[in-house]
Design a binder for this molecule. Structure first.
Ligand code: UD1
Length: 426
């Protein structure tokens, strides 16, 4: 298994380009299944989760062509089965996003249940209940969701809680339903808006995305389209926090500052000088140590749970006491235990991490447990004395495009190490 070796102590300086948003690319690629012809999707990040999605679509008979700029042409007209197998779904929960489109377009879908993951139980009951309300006949047996329908029928869906992929799945199912669907208590995440924009470019009639009420007027068919995925706000935020922690100065290009109000607000509070343009953000920490901040995660537009681990890493080396409360997922503090091993003075009280910042962490071998937790360990490594070896970095490769190359471009001392060869004693 590959690992990342980080020698801490350098401040990040320079320019990098931000990639397309993973969490928008995944539902948009699933949405292309709804069309009667091929779509071309641009600004797709080169990530493991994208490769998994391509494999998933490919196994259904969908034809995919990728050019050197990660523009992906997806032709769903040759689909020959509507099956999402366990071996792929278990590596990427977002595979559940094919359920709505397959059902709406083909009247059938057999999708493996994703099961638990490192950050909590993460059920998909609201996806299933919503599709049932739209008229699907759904049973769960042998670890699979088996869904069948004639044409779905629009209805009013009131979501029990705010779910991002749940909102996306139901929106994709409703675009081809008969009549009007209203999703109340919908997720307002920018990636939901990006998906709605792409669906509308395919001929759908979706309005209200970005608010908590989304209205969908069903249409008979959708056509293929060309669409560019929006920039990744979590990758952007991760590099901003990295720069702030190291006292550095960075300029991030091809991003969208308006997507990051909550994160930018917290970084300004921590002492960073931040300027923004239409598609760039510059952060200057002027060599100063950040002040600790208090953060509470919640659905957009509040501070994102996907930026929680990174701000915990910042608080670990900041001046003062910072409290980070997680409200979205039940068990998303695995990184705290690892950062403690690097010398952080942090303790967990229920869903809150309370950190008394230390001047410097000390490098250690640490273990990545999920995507954003692994990013926070890399960030901690950047401000540690000595070497930090982050193991199980396949988690990071799921969601960060060339993270070590981008950090190295900003002056970090970071290297990818080949995995150890495991010998069998049989
Ligand atoms: C998406 C993001 C993920 C992010 C999360 C929250 C993608 C591919 N992933 O995940 O990066 O961390 O939003 O911003 O976009 N829940 C239920 N029942 C359901 C669905 C969700 O109880 O049927 C609960 C979850 O357990 C969790 C909360 O709702 O506690 C929010 O989860 P949700 O928004 O659904 O997360 P994902 O869409 O899986």
């Amino acid at each position: 298994m590959e690992r990342l070796l980080i020698r801490g102590g350098r401040s990040l300086e320079g320019d990098i380009r931000i990639s397309g948003a993973k969490n928008a690319a995944l539902p948009i690629m699933a949405a292309t299944l709804l069309a009667d012809g091929p779509s071309v999707i641009g600004n797709i990040p080169d990530l493991h989760d994208i490769t998994t999605t391509m494999e998933l679509l490919g196994r259904m008979g969908v034809r995919l062509t990728v050019d050197e700029r990660m523009r992906v042409e997806i032709d769903p007209t040759c689909i020959d089965n509507c099956h999402a197998p366990y071996e792929l779904v278990k590596t990427m929960r977002a595979s559940i996003l094919v359920l709505g489109p397959l059902l709406a377009r083909h009247g059938e879908a057999d999708v493996s249940l994703p099961g638990g993951c490192a950050i909590g139980t993460r059920p998909v009951n609201l996806h299933v209940e919503g599709l049932r309300a739209l008229g699907a006949d759904i049973s769960v047996a042998n670890g699979y969701i088996r869904a069948r329908c004639r044409r779905l029928k629009g209805t009013r869906l009131v979501m029990d809680l705010v779910t991002v992929t749940g909102t996306e799945n139901l929106m994709m199912a409703a675009v081809l339903a008969e009549g009007q669907t209203i999703i109340e208590n919908a997720a307002r995440e920018p990636e939901v808006v990006d998906l709605a924009n792409c669906l509308n470019a395919m001929g759908a009639r979706v309005s209200g995305a970005g608010t908590d009420t989304i209205t969908i007027e069903g249409v008979e068919r959708l056509s293929g389209t060309r669409y560019e995925v929006l920039p990744d706000r979590i990758e952007t935020g991760t590099f901003l926090v990295a720069a702030a922690m190291t006292g550095g100065r960075v300029h991030l290009k091809n991003t969208a500052p308006y997507l990051l109000d909550a994160v930018i607000g917290k970084l300004r509070e921590s002492g960073a000088e931040i300027t923004v343009g239409e598609d760039w953000i510059a952060l200057d920490m002027g060599g100063r140590r950040p002040h600790a901040v208090n953060v509470r995660t919640a659905p957009y537009p509040a501070y994102p749970t996907d930026m929680q681990a990174q701000i915990c890493a910042l608080n670990a080396v900041a001046e003062g006491v910072g409290m980070v409360t997680e409200t979205v997922f039940e068990n998303r503090f695995m990184h705290v235990l690892e950062i403690q091993r690097m010398g952080a003075d942090v303790r967990l009280e229920g869903h809150t991490a309370i950190s008394n910042g230390v001047e410097r962490l000390t490098g250690a071998p640490v273990m990545a447990t999920d995507l954003r937790a692994s990013a926070s360990l890399v960030l901690a490594g950047l401000v540690s004395e000595g070497d930090t070896l982050v193991d199980r970095i396949y988690h990071i490769d799921r969601g960060y495009e060339c993270i070590e190359e981008k950090l190295a471009q900003l002056g970090a001392d970071i290297r990818r190490m080949p995995g150890e060869i495991v010998r069998s004693h049989a």
